[in-house]
Ligand binder design. Structure first.
Ligand code: GAR
Length: 209
């Protein structure tokens, strides 16, 4: 038996869950040498939760409006992640800002994927914003999460060319394909202890993914 102990992580979702599904597939076929301990969602009826249930992964869903404060539900989330043994958190289309308190609980242990080449086009309409700006190139970015909106240190990026005939749907599809290739690789690097924030400056190789 090998002495390698698989890292357990949480995935947070709000929407369709295509990135979650890519991560589930990568765990199943051994590309990610780690385990999803829990899937957390602020949208109890989202499609992403169906993916996790189908894969028999524990889920925790909550409705923010039923709580009197963000801290109240974030304490519950942190409890659930701890009970599931999660060492880090992967945001995969989780469209809710985490509080400074929560970010501090998982300092340098939360990553996010964003559908642009940050620092260009932060925020919730990144793909549309790139089209409206007439950009010729966009892509996706994996970054650490800090207290800001899409401001944490960048781990890796992948470029996507915007063609003249691209619309929101076609560009979203192209970016999703890039995300599904990039994100599982970076999640695996975290599982294998290959990324630490203080090493980022020297991790130029990571950016090639
Ligand atoms: C992804 O494109 C991800 O980059 C984006 O939400 C989508 C989720 O899709 N995240 C953000 O915009 C975060 N600022 P999915 O539910 O199919 O994985």
């Amino acid at each position: 038996m090998s002495g390698f102990k698989k890292k357990i992580f949480a995935v947070f979702v709000s929407g369709i869950g295509s990135n979650l599904q890519a991560i589930i597939d990568a765990v199943e076929n051994g590309i990610i040498k780690g385990k999803i301990g829990i899937v957390v969602s602020d949208k109890p009826n989202c499609k992403a939760l169906e993916c996790s249930r189908l894969a028999n992964i524990k889920t925790f869903a909550f409705e923010p409006k039923k709580f009197s404060s963000r801290k109240e539900y974030e304490i519950l989330i942190a409890d659930e992640c701890e009970k599931a043994g999660c060492e880090f958190i992967v945001l995969a289309g989780y469209m809710r800002l985490l509080s400074p308190w929560f970010v501090a609980q998982y300092k340098n242990r939360i990553i996010n994927i964003h559908p642009s080449l940050l620092p260009n086009f932060p925020g919730t309409h990144a793909i549309q914003d790139a089209i409206e700006a007439g950009a010729k190139m966009t892509g996706c970015t994996v970054h650490f999460v800090d207290e800001g909106i899409d401001t944490g240190s960048i781990i890796a990026q992948r470029e996507v060319v915007i063609s003249n005939d691209d619309d929101l749907d076609s560009l979203t599809e192209k970016i999703h394909l890039a995300e599904h290739e990039l994100y599982p690789k970076i999640v695996n690097l975290l599982c294998c202890n290959k990324i630490e924030k203080r090493q980022l400056q020297t991790l130029a190789c990571v950016r090639k993914f």
